[in-house]
Design a binder for this molecule. Sequence first.
Ligand code: ADE
Length: 251
Amino acid sequence: MAIHYDILTIFPEAFQGIFSIGMVRKAREAGLASIAVHNLRDYAADKHRTTDDTPYGGGGGMVMKPEPIFRAVEALLAQPGLPAENVPIILLSPQGRLFTHEVAKELARHPRLIFICGRYEGVDERVRQLLATDEISIGDYVLSGGEIAAMAIVEATVRLIPGVLGDPGAPFEDSLAEGLLEYPHYTRPRVFRGAAVPEVLLSGNHAEIVRWRRQQALKRTWERRPDLLKKARLTPEDWEYLQKLERGEAD
Ligand code: ADE
């Protein structure tokens, strides 16, 4: 199933580079993703193409006007040939729910996604109240707008469209899909500046390699992100290894 992405922004030029490289490019070329970036100014009503205004109640900064955003979303949903029912209309803001791999999986099930890139200073509350069906943050920090957040979400969801990644069982995907951090990766040379590639990876023993990688993923997660272990899908053997780590009996 392909995904059509619509992105509403006052900076459409920001998206050119990132959407023409890597997996996003591959997905577009394969017809598995299509991306339309729309300039919100095209939906402004006045000759200056105004998309923001001063806040009621005073104070500094500008607020994005609701009309161009509503007009744009309504025009997009009226386009023929694209899904118009149950399309998530996602406002990007630091106030939204946190974007995770789980949320990426949930979004990737939709054939169409609409993103509204707010400027950080503010978007008229009526957009949140009456138009957006979801609000997402990519982390607890403040960006000056939702553009980078939209790029991150496109990039993370495109990879989940069946057929975009060459090998669906690629080892790179395994750990995170199971809620763990990645195991360490090595390529040539065998020894670099005194640091050697672990012997097991040179052994040719596939079962041992699989076991080592799993344990390294568990160890990394245990050391760096123990919070992830609570939700990870773990086998009895995994638990045994984690208990050894706790007791200081494993390396
Ligand atoms: N806009 C500004 N900061 C953001 C964030 N952290 N996530 C999503 N959109 C944003």
